[in-house]
Design a protein around this ligand. Structure first.
Ligand code: COA
Length: 367
């Protein structure tokens, strides 16, 4: 065995992370990080979230994809919730060690094919049921059956808590679900496309995407944002706490983004959603004070690096304000993003092409 002649070592690999590599052509979403614009099928995110319900936004994203067979997405999702509830007894019998997220994956795995529901509808409609049931099972509470007369956001909150939410709470959650529908070729979406390109089914693609999403580098910040807000505790502590954190070279959770070099457009949509719930809420006031203090401190500490509020900051505050436990943030993200994953899989499959990149071998060579 001799050493390979190539001088590239693993940790100097210029292709690690595939940054800047175009790996798919899509009509679904575009992230313009320089200008802070997110487009979903020709519409800016701020013209969808808070303007049309989640179900219509899914319909907008899915137009042109082969999803015939339901009269409307709302009816399809309602039927899918009812069908998914038949699987819930299996979740109740599952080992207690399984997390809410793993129970959702179990429910999805066990979801039977349905003659009248397209698979994407069945999958996306089932996740709110599995999320709510898994959460209640983890708290030793009985799962609550879906109500097909309600929209997804209202029914999800009702199935979680056992009581019908206010229309403001449901609207705030609905707005959140629209903001997370799709966001370019992030790690979980890429995973879904890779799996879909093998002609594996939608269910396997979504399960794989959920695996990718479970890692802390992807979608993991809202919980830590709340931890930071809790640690700051009161508006008057914000500036000194933040200055101290930056002096210790800590990162402020909910600020900065790999792609956005300006404000994440979803942050404003969610902030407006929060105001639906009442700007006088002390937690909202605390969050706004922290945001202002953080932006001022980041500008001073990193004058050459544009670091602005990202989606996770107001996601955390909004979901907390509607009563969603912080342990459910990633499961909830998967529930909304599943519609984007399904769209990407179907779009990838229209190319008929297997995703199979190359690697550069830098290991030892045989004698
Ligand atoms: N707080 C303080 N400093 C930050 C920061 C933050 N939130 N985000 C970036 N920086 C600083 C880094 O410390 C680094 O400083 P240095 O050059 O002196 O070492 C510089 O900005 C560049 O950081 P880098 O990690 O290269 O930037 P990135 O664009 O790759 O980072 C994130 C993107 C999201 C990983 C980063 O902004 C971050 O860690 N944010 C906090 C976690 C978070 O909110 N994640 C959710 C993202 S949606």
């Amino acid at each position: 065995m001799t050493e390979a002649p190539n001088p590239v070592t693993m940790n100097q690999d210029p292709t690690a992370g595939l940054e800047g590599v175009v790996a798919a052509v899509t009509r679904l979403s575009n992230v313009d990080g320089q200008n802070g614009i997110l487009i979903l099928k020709g519409e800016k995110i701020e013209d969808l979230a808070g303007k049309i319900p989640f179900e219509d936004a899914v319909g907008h994203l899915w137009q042109d994809l082969n999803l015939t067979g339901v009269s409307s997405i709302s009816t399809g999702f309602a039927d899918a919730r009812m069908a998914a509830f038949d699987v819930v007894p299996l979740l109740e019998r599952a080992p207690a060690a399984l997390s809410v997220y793993e129970l959702m994956q179990l429910g999805l795995t066990a979801l039977p094919g349905h003659a009248e529901l397209p698979e994407a509808i069945a999958i996306c409609g089932s996740l709110p049921v599995f999320l709510a049931a898994a959460h209640r099972i983890s708290k030793n509470l009985h799962p609550i059956a879906p109500d097909p007369s309600l929209d997804t956001a209202t029914d999800l909150l009702r199935m979680l808590t056992g009581s019908t939410p206010s229309s403001e709470e449901a609207d705030a959650l609905d707005r959140y679900l629209v903001t997370i529908l799709d966001h370019g070729l992030n790690a979980s979406t890429f995973t879904a496309r890779v799996i879909g390109s093998t002609r594996a089914g939608l269910k396997q693609s979504v399960l794989g995407a959920m695996g990718a999403l479970s890692g802390p580098l992807h979608g993991g910040a809202p919980g830590p944002v709340l931890d930071m807000i809790d640690a700051i505790g009161a508006p008057d502590n914000a500036a000194s706490w933040i200055t101290g954190a930056l002096a210790r070279k800590e990162r402020l959770m909910g600020f900065g983004h790999r792609i956005y070099r300006t404000r994440d457009p979803r942050a404003d949509v969610l902030k407006a959603g929060l105001h639906l719930l009442g700007a006088s809420n002390p937690k909202v006031q605390l969050a706004e004070k922290i945001e202002a203090a953080a932006l001022a401190a980041l500008r001073q500490a990193k004058p050459d690096r544009p670091l602005d509020t990202n989606v996770e900051f107001y996601t955390a505050v909004l979901l907390d304000a509607v009563g969603i436990d912080r342990t459910l943030f990633t499961p909830l993200f998967a529930t909304g993003r599943a519609a984007g994953w399904c769209a990407h899989v179907l779009e990838q499959q229209t190319t008929g092409k297997l995703i199979r990149p190359s690697s550069q071998y830098v290991g030892p060579m045989p004698e």
